[in-house]
Design a protein around this ligand. Structure first.
Ligand code: 6PG
Length: 479
């Protein structure tokens, strides 16, 4: 027998995805890994999967029915290019190569173009949900051609997570659209995690509750509008006790956050697109700051607030923090969706925002109850300019914004860093503002560089003769 789908790269994610595929009715799965050892381990540990192991790329191609479909699950970067090279040698026009790694979307655009020349389809597919998701049902964000989606769609639907009866996969758009949306997913993931971390820190330092007590608070929050995978696992992490010392594990873990780059990509891309994703950016920078031990050590005796910070009403404060978290979370998602809109426009993708919210409802790391509200908002109004202004979110902000302000004030007074809470609030107030001091910036720019400005009361482009008689002249816009 031949396989209808193959997996290349059998580290944890690849192995789990292969097992997931094999467990679905109608699939036979070919597997290949650069070193055969991993292939052997997988096939011998999972005889029930009925894998067809291959020792060479040629054998791998031979074991697949046409059009051949293979999912690459290797570390993003040069390894991916090497595998694509090998597969294009043994595949034929009409076959489909899927990159399921966390590739940078511009790499995917480049690869799709190059592979298309050979007549082979190339699909960059973001896959979210970690090891567990890969095995039991991830959220999948495929790009590539509509033709490839026809073959691939049913296979991906069979292994994806299911939310509200619908598989968490959709054809996001052409070429790099899938990896672009996965990148935004990860940016939101960073923001979500940072916001949760700030909430924990404020509660702990403000109320002196223990990690286990705070775990209970998060577990409680998980029953309400904040219900989400990340809140759920936060409770578990906070409850964990270190076997060696008997202390809460969170106090034993070195406080320097790692990052593999997808959060930074989201921000770099946003800068290029001119989209303010300040909450996501602060989350990325907060990880960078944490990982600068020399600067932190050198700064540790810098002056802080003169008075010790106390919270008079711990329960009220906890509720304020919950609301601040919800409000800031709305901002992070709203910023992420703004970046999707801008990316779609820049790269010519037809991305349906409502569909993205739908496929994030299950399987992925940022899955949350609240994504149903986003889906509804875009269903009701596909052209919604700012998520924040949808009736549900407007109401949510109305119910949270005062608590949010109290929390940011308390954090500043207490000297507790809350970059994501406070930058989200600043973003919110910036959007709301009738007038922004950007007018002054335009004046400064015109003063030192004759960059010109526009007026509120009539059309045209103007320059003030700052070094002359300060009269205003009509100017041709400079670029
Ligand atoms: C997912 C995750 C995953 C990502 C990790 C690591 O959607 O399953 O986003 O793809 O690789 O979360 O990210 P960092 O190491 O950068 O935190």
């Amino acid at each position: 027998t031949k396989a209808n789908i193959g997996v290349v790269g059998l580290a944890v994610m690849g192995s789990n995805l292969a097992r997931n595929l094999a467990s679905r009715e109608g699939n036979t799965v070919a597997v290949f890994n650069r070193s055969y050892e991993k292939t052997e381990t997988l096939t011998s540990e999972h005889p029930e999967a009925g894998f067809i192991p291959a020792t060479t790329y040629a054998e791998f191609a031979e074991s697949l029915t046409t059009p051949r479909t293979a999912i690459i699950m290797v570390q993003a970067g040069r390894g991916t290019d090497a595998v694509i090279d090998e597969l294009t040698k043994v595949f034929e026009p009409g076959d489909i190569i899927v990159d399921g790694g966390n590739a940078l979307f511009t790499d995917t655009i480049r690869r799709e173009k190059a592979v298309r020349e050979t007549g082979i389809n190339f699909v960059g597919a973001g896959i979210s949900g970690g090891e567990e998701g890969a095995l039991n049902g991830p959220s999948i964000m495929p790009g590539g051609s509509a033709e490839a989606w026809e073959t691939l769609g049913p296979i991906l639907k069979s292994i994806a997570a299911v939310a509200e009866g619908e598989p968490c996969v959709t054809h996001v758009g052409t070429d790099g659209a899938g990896h672009f949306v996965k990148m935004i997913h990860n940016g939101i993931e960073y923001a979500d995690m940072q916001l949760i971390a700030e909430a924990y820190d404020l509660i702990r330092r403000g109320t002196n509750k223990s990690p286990a007590e705070i775990a209970d608070i998060f577990a409680e929050w998980n029953k309400g509008e904040l219900e989400s995978y990340l809140i759920e696992i936060t409770a578990e992490v906070l409850r964990q006790v270190d076997a060696e010392t008997g202390n809460p594990l969170v106090d034993v873990i070195l406080d320097q956050a790692g990052a593999k780059g997808t959060g930074a990509w989201t921000v770099q891309t946003a800068l290029d697109l001119g989209i303010p994703v300040s909450g996501i950016a602060e989350a990325v920078f907060a990880r960078s700051l944490s990982s600068k031990p020399a600067q932190r050590a050198a700064s540790s005796d810098l002056p802080g607030p003169s008075e010790a910070w106390t919270v008079n009403d711990p329960d009220g404060f906890v509720e304020d923090v919950r609301r601040a978290l919800y409000a800031s979370k709305i901002i992070a998602y709203s910023q992420g969706f703004d970046e999707i809109v801008a990316g779609a426009e820049q790269y010519g993708w037809d991305i349906k925002k409502g569909d993205i919210a739908k496929i994030w409802r299950g399987g992925c790391i940022i899955r949350a109850q609240f994504l149903n509200r986003i889906t509804e908002a875009y269903d009701e109004n596909p052209g919604l300019v700012a998520l924040l202004t949808a009736p549900y979110f407007r109401e949510a902000l109305e119910g949270t914004q005062e608590a949010w302000r109290r929390v940011v004030i308390a954090a500043a007074q207490g000297g507790i860093p809350s970059p994501a809470f406070s930058s989200s609030l600043a973003y919110y107030d910036g959007l709301r503002a009738d007038r922004l001091p950007a007018a002054l910036i335009q004046g400064q720019r015109d003063f030192f560089g004759a960059h010109t400005y526009k007026r509120v009361d009539r059309d045209g482009t103007f320059h003030t003769l700052w070094s002359g008689d300060r009269s205003e002249i009509e100017a041709v816009a400079s670029h």
